[in-house]
Design a protein around this ligand. Sequence first.
Ligand SMILES: Cc1cc2nc3c(=O)[nH]c(=O)nc-3n(C[C@H](O)[C@H](O)[C@H](O)COP(=O)(O)O)c2cc1C
Length: 186
Amino acid sequence: MTQILAISGSLRRASFNTGLMRAAEGLDLEGVSVTGTTLHGIPLYDGDVEANEGIPAAVSALKDAMRKADGVLLVTPEYNNGIPGVFKNAIDWASRPPADSASVFSGRPVAIIGASPGGFGTILSQNHWLPVIRTLGMKPWFGGRMLVSKAGGLFDEAGKLTDEGTLTRLSEFIAGFAAFVKSESA
Ligand SMILES: Cc1cc2nc3c(=O)[nH]c(=O)nc-3n(C[C@H](O)[C@H](O)[C@H](O)COP(=O)(O)O)c2cc1C
């Protein structure tokens, strides 16, 4: 079974991106399991906290979940044409301490998707992730793109993805990423 950890970078209850992540969890793809997580409980990175108290429990849990996954799916919102601070902060924490970073990130397959109510579907935020995942030594999959635009018409009020076409595209994207992940771990 190919295990994919999907991480939503939004804390909002009816988040489009968390909805997209939940839809990925609900796909029925043979040999693929998608588990979603959000970033609630992760504090702002503070080097003094790290030095005096160590890695917060919520960060350790995220690191463990990433280590267990064969591949990681970043489900990213876009804020001011870039990565939301909440999401970058969590990945920064997860890269600490440096001695642990390789076991969490290095060589781990990663793909990026995102949803926005605007017309560009998080394209700039997805691009903004590229230098970050390169620095962390991850293995990006570029075989597909998932830019969910005009999200207001595709999700219900609770944030559930209801648009069949988007679900189909998501299913194709996850199947493609999972095949890449499997080939990397073979
Ligand atoms: C501070 C801030 C900046 C934003 N900047 C952008 C942006 O640059 N591009 C964009 O498509 N949407 C932008 N948005 C709108 C978000 O895409 C929208 O709030 C979206 O619902 C966030 O994702 P979520 O639904 O998963 O929480 C911004 C929202 C906030 C709060």
